[in-house]
Structure formats: structure tokens, C-alpha cells
Design a protein around this ligand. Structure first.
Ligand code: FES
Ligand SMILES: [Fe+2]
Length: 360
């Protein structure tokens, strides 16, 4: 039998606003999405708001120190409850002063007792599935979603092992990168290294050994692994006594978040936020113990922005223009049965997940 190569996805997945809308209502509302970092909530009543799939939501710490997430909408007549970030004893709606406990339970409604049969115990803010994961807060709008450990087997334990200090890590720097492309073009570019030797000069000559680079699915996680070159030429000092200090690894959590650990147990993250069909903002997070300033990490962030990020922006924006060309027909993926750095088996996996999201 003649085997046929697998072809890249149809361009409409990257250009059709209808498909983008379907992703917002479907994929974004049924997958684990980054909300924030645990260090943003230190005391009961601390909260912050964020947007997801066109919804305003807020995370708030309860008196039991549990972090909960609610739709940011009053159960009376739909006014927004909180904005920005802050700290509060109870959640008070600015419209008619209905007051909610930090657990979302309605505590008081002015003049409510005048209404026969008014049962405040039956009224509660609409809660959203929330998990903390290595110090990060993720939410899932699907109440029936499987837990993160089912979606991303072993990722939590591995990250905790790679980041022995994860409980004290805090964000030091967020670098915001705007890309004029569909979010999937950017995610695909992140998820293969077939383009690296040619486009990232620092990659082939830097810390990792390209010939050992590989990306393999682990549930809905794409796990990047590689061996490192001798770490003697690193631009920063490494405490080799820490476990995994001499390794590089990354965990991409489908669909829009990635943890990356550099040698020396240095954590950095990617968070993709799809703005519209042809625009995505990538947030690069950099972390240090206690969020303390670090010349080394700041220099890494600047260097990363100036090299890899800059090189990738040019690639993804060119691809987005190409997706709209009448002259483009999706070509075969280079899927090497032996995997490795010059294989696009990880793109094949991503395309399966994208088709799944569209029931195609
Ligand atoms: S809408 Fe919130 S108290 Fe009326
Ligand atoms: Fe790249």
C-alpha cells in the first residue's frame, strides 16, 4: 500500500473569523486557561479580575485560603461586581449593594426581608473550576472538565522536581509581545524546531544540543527535551547541586500556555492571548525567588526578546500573510518516524487537537 504524507491544515483555520468565534465559544471555554499567579493573592479577600472567552471573571482568596474564581456578575440584575485588583472583606455590588461572602454566598440584600419567600441562602455567585498548578492559577469554564493532572499527566510532578524552589517563585518581569498572526500559527511555531537551525543562530550554537532536541506528547502536553552542551560557557552561574540544574525542558499545556525551565532551574513562561483571528499577544513571564530583582534574569529576558522572539515574530507574520494567499496549498508535514529536531510530528499532534476542537 502506498502511504501518503500528512498535509498541513487548511488555511481557513487561521483566517476565518467564524472559526475563531467557534474556538472562543468552544475550545477556550472547555480547556484549562491561565488566570494568574498565586502570589497575586496573599490574604483572604485579595482578588484580581481577568478576561477569558469574552467573559469577565475574578479570582479571590477565601478565609480558608482557598482560591476561588467567579463570573464577575451580580446575581441580582447583572451589574459587574469588581474591577482591576484589590482586597475586600466582602464582595459588594456597586449597583444596589447586594453583598456576597468570599465563598460567593449571598450575605445580604438591602430590604430583601420585605420580599415574602426571598431566600438568600439559595443565591450564590457562579463559580468556575479553579486549580493551582506549581504556583499558577488555571481555570476551566467547563464544570465537567477533567482535572489538570488528567490532561497533562506527570507535568505537575516534573515541574515541581525541575523547580525545587517553586513555592517561593514570583513574577519579576512580564514581556508583552504582539504578533500579527492567528494564535495557532504562533503556537505551532513554538512547538517545532525544524525551523530553529536556520532561524535562531543562538539556538544551534547555544546551550542545547540540537541533535538531541525532541518534542513528544504527554497527554495534552507537548514536552520539549534536549541535552545541553557543556554549561561552562553560560552567561550566568549555575548551582549544580540542585536537581535538574543542568537541564533544559519545556511543558506546553494545550492550548495556550507553556512552562520553560532553563539550566539553573530558571523558570519562564509563555501565555498566548488570542485577540482576534489575526492577532495574538504573547506574554513572556520571568520569575525569581521572592520576585527579587536579578540582573541575570533581566538580562536573559532582554536577550530573549532581542533574539528568539524577534526572529519568531518575522516568521509567524510571514506565515499569516501566506495563509491568505490564493497561491498556497497546504504542503506535506515532515514527519520523521524517528522524531528528532528536524521532524514535524509535534505539528501533526497539534493539528489533531485543532481538528478535535472543531469536531472536524
Ligand atoms: S445588580 Fe448587583 S445589587 Fe443589583
Ligand atoms: Fe522559533
Amino acid at each position: 500500500m502506498n502511504e501518503q504524507p500528512i498535509h498541513a491544515l487548511d488555511p481557513r483555520y487561521y483566517t476565518d473569523p467564524e472559526l475563531f468565534k467557534a474556538e472562543r465559544d468552544g475550545l477556550l471555554s472547555t480547556t484549562w486557561q491561565f488566570a494568574g499567579h498565586c502570589s497575586q493573592l496573599n490574604n483572604p479577600g485579595d482578588y484580581f479580575t481577568f478576561e477569558l472567552a469574552g467573559e469577565s471573571l475574578f479570582c479571590i482568596m477565601g478565609r480558608d485560603h482557598v482560591i476561588r474564581t467567579f463570573y464577575n456578575v451580580c446575581q441580582h440584575r447583572a451589574h459587574q461586581l469588581v474591577s482591576g485588583e484589590g482586597s475586600t472583606r466582602v464582595v459588594v455590588c456597586p449597583y444596589h449593594a447586594w453583598t456576597y461572602e468570599l465563598t460567593g454566598q449571598l450575605r445580604a440584600a438591602p430590604n430583601g426581608h420585605a420580599v415574602p419567600g426571598f431566600d438568600k441562602s439559595a443565591i450564590c455567585l457562579n463559580e468556575v473550576r479553579t486549580e493551582t498548578f506549581v504556583g499558577f492559577i488555571f481555570v476551566n469554564l467547563d464544570p465537567d472538565a477533567q482535572p489538570m493532572d488528567t490532561w497533562f499527566p506527570n507535568a505537575r510532578a516534573e515541574l515541581e522536581a525541575w523547580l525545587p524552589n517553586w513555592q517561593t517563585l514570583k513574577p519579576l518581569e512580564w514581556v508583552e509581545i504582539e504578533e500579527h498572526c492567528n494564535w495557532k500559527v504562533s503556537v505551532e511555531n513554538y512547538s517545532e524546531c525544524y525551523h530553529c537551525t536556520l532561524n535562531h543562530p543562538t539556538f544551534a550554537t547555544g546551550v542545547i544540543k540540537p541533535e538531541t532536541y525532541d518534542i513528544q506528547p504527554q497527554g495534552y502536553c507537548l514536552r520539549h527535551t534536549t541535552e545541553c552542551q557543556s554549561l561552562d560557557n553560560m552567561t550566568y552561574d549555575i548551582d549544580h547541586s540542585k536537581p535538574h540544574a543542568d537541564e533544559y525542558s519545556s511543558w506546553f499545556l494545550w492550548p495556550m500556555f507553556s512552562f520553560q525551565v532553563y539550566p539553573g532551574n530558571v523558570l519562564n513562561t509563555y501565555h498566548w492571548r488570542a485577540v482576534d483571528t489575526e492577532r495574538v499577544v504573547v506574554w513572556r513571564g520571568w520569575y525569581t525567588e521572592g520576585g527579587w530583582d536579578s540582573e541575570v534574569i533581566r538580562r536573559l529576558a532582554v536577550q530573549d526578546r532581542a533574539t528568539t522572539v524577534e526572529e519568531d515574530i518575522k516568521l509567524v507574520e510571514s506565515v499569516q500573510r501566506g495563509m491568505k494567499s490564493r497561491g498556497y496549498k497546504p504542503g506535506p508535514l515532515i514527519v520523521d518516524p524517528k522524531s528528532g529536531v528536524n521532524s514535524e510530528h509535534s505539528i501533526r499532534t497539534l493539528h489533531q487537537w485543532i481538528r478535535e476542537a472543531h469536531n472536524a
